[in-house]
Design a protein around this ligand. Sequence first.
Ligand code: GDP
Length: 196
Amino acid sequence: TSIGNPKQLDTLLKDNVLDGKSEKRTVFAGRSNAGKSSLLNSLTHSKIAQISREPGKTRKVNLFFCTYHKRVLTDLPGYGFAKRNKTERKLWEELITSYLNADRANIERIILVTDCRHGPSDSDLEAMEFFQSLDFNVTLVLSKSDKLNQKAMSARRKEIKEIIKDNKPEKTFWISSLKGTGVRELSRDILNDSPR
Ligand code: GDP
């Protein structure tokens, strides 16, 4: 199901599409090119999300759902406000806020995906703060870990610890969708979520 704007969200709510009752949601967020689609695909062992070849191509305001172990995975549109105008940012916030509030009872956590070599960036931190201000549980996923060797990773771990010291995510996972590293651990953790 795709939701392009708050009006469509209203229609969906009226149709009770979001009111799945028993279905828990895991929400995925990230800047475009963070590796979110690849993660969704490796968690579900399928090709539900389209992997972008060029950065910025999937920057549509778009939401979709897919079932995964009786859960609904929600893919939020990518952010990266620095390059976008205020109107676009406001639209993003409006859509995301109305979706998150409408689906609040079912949402267990928001997984924020960022490339471990570059993130968390300022816009990641901004998004994390935004989700936390709405009182959601945030899990940070550092993606593409295969791009770093052990030495670089341990240096990066220290840097990231410092970057996130002021707005700590609930949990942090390092993963590589390409190699499969850490995906099972994350999956297990998602499935172990107890209702909030
Ligand atoms: P999205 O825009 O956040 O959905 O990101 P995508 O999943 O489309 O990935 C963006 C780019 O990063 C693509 O070229 C992917 O092939 C690449 N990528 C994603 N995950 C990994 C990973 O675990 N390792 C490596 N090396 N590349 C990855």
